[in-house]
Each structure stands twice: as C-alpha cells, then as structure tokens.
Design a protein around this ligand. Structure first.
Ligand code: S3P
Length: 204
C-alpha cells in the first residue's frame, strides 16, 4: 500500500472513495469497509442505474457513453456535501480529472490495483460491462489499464490486490483511515507514513 504525502493544503477526509479498474473488487471491499467503519456504502454505478431506470449496458447502448459520463459527473458533485460514506466508483469515473479533484475535496481516494491477468480472470464470465464486450477482452483490459494508469496514480493510496483478499484489504484500509482521522476534523498537511509499501501497486 502506498500513501502519497505532500498534500499542500489541509484535507478533509469525511468519506473514502474507492477507484480503480473494472473487476478489482471496489464494491466487495467497499461493503466490508463500510461495515467495519459504520459508514454508508454508496455505489455510483448502482445509483446511476436506479436513477436511469435501466442497466448500465442499456444506458451505453441507448443513450451513449457521453450521457453515462455526464451522469457520473453529476453524482460526483452531489457527493461533495456528504459524509460518513464509502463510495465505490465506476472504473472510468476518475479518468475525468475534475471528478478526481472533486472526490479529493472530501474523501480519502484509494485506488485498488490488480494486474491485467487477475482482472481478466475475474471478469471473463461476466457480461454486464459494455466496454469489455469485445472479441479480445484481455487485450482491451491491458490497453485501457495503461491508458488509465496516470489517472489512477493520482489517488492518495494505491493498494495492490492481486495477493490480498477483499476482507484483508478492507481491514487494512479501515485501520489506516482511523489512524489518519483520529482526533482530527481535517487531515494534516502531510499524512503520516503508514509503513505502507510504496511499490505494491506498481508491482501488482
Ligand atoms: C466502466 C466501469 C464500470 C461501469 C461502466 C464503465 C469503466 O464499473 O461504470 O461499465 O469505464 O471502466 P465497474 O468498475 O464497477 O465495473
């Protein structure tokens, strides 16, 4: 796990936002983490589906990806007013730098990182992700992961999940979050090092 210090203005950590590629386990980790912290679990994909009254694959097919991205950005703005939440984000949400900046106003942003092979194994039997409905999903995963890597690396914390269970990841994050926020309304300008492994995400 890698914590990125060097935050120049004091940050508020009222929420935790989980970002990262499709299939890395954001929803599973998020639900466990929310239960440990007594936070509300919020999944941007599920809220969008409820509001649209249809599945994400239908939003993509009928309204287009641009409409879906607009709905994501709208949700992200609303979240700025919230607290006590673990927010699981759709895999492409933080590709828009405005969305990442918005999340950082109120949340500790945690990126779950997995290797393309692990991601492929997890998603190969699932059909609900429109962006992976291609003849060669493994190649598509590698390509998209490389393109998105710079965006994901803007997260405050990078966690390699190839060799960690969702429960372990959640417990570890809960501990780090508590340490970071204990006794403070806002985070210090330089979050303390956690003994985290700064290279984990790159090695994963
Ligand atoms: C997307 C990821 C999906 C969903 C949509 C687009 C992406 O969410 O938001 O299919 O662009 O990576 P998950 O990461 O929860 O699969």
């Amino acid at each position: 796990m890698r914590f990125t210090p060097g935050v120049h203005t004091p940050r508020q950590y009222r929420n935790i936002a989980l970002v990262g590629f499709m299939g890395v386990g954001k929803s599973t980790v998020g639900q466990v983490l929310a239960a440990i912290l007594g936070f509300e679990f919020y999944d941007t994909d599920r809220v969008i589906e409820t509001r649209a009254g249809k599945k994400i694959s239908d939003i993509f097919a009928q309204d287009g990806e641009t409409r879906f991205r607009a709905m994501e950005s709208e949700l992200v703005r609303e979240l700025e007013a919230r607290q006590g939440m673990v927010i699981s984000t759709g895999g492409g949400l933080v590709v828009n730098p405005d969305n990442m900046a918005s999340l950082k106003k109120h949340a500790l942003v945690v990126c779950l990182w997995a290797s393309p092979a692990v991601i492929f194994n997890r998603v190969r039997h699932q059909a609900h992700r429109p962006l992976l409905q291609t003849p060669d999903p493994e190649a598509k995963i590698m390509e998209m992961l490389e393109l998105r890597r710079p965006a994901y690396q803007q997260a405050d914390v990078l966690v390699g999940v190839d060799f960690r269970s969702a429960g372990d990841t959640a417990r570890h994050l809960a501990q780090s979050f508590r340490r970071l926020t204990q006794g403070r309304e806002t985070a210090p300008a330089q979050p303390a090092k956690t003994g985290a492994d700064p290279t984990a995400a790159k090695r994963a």
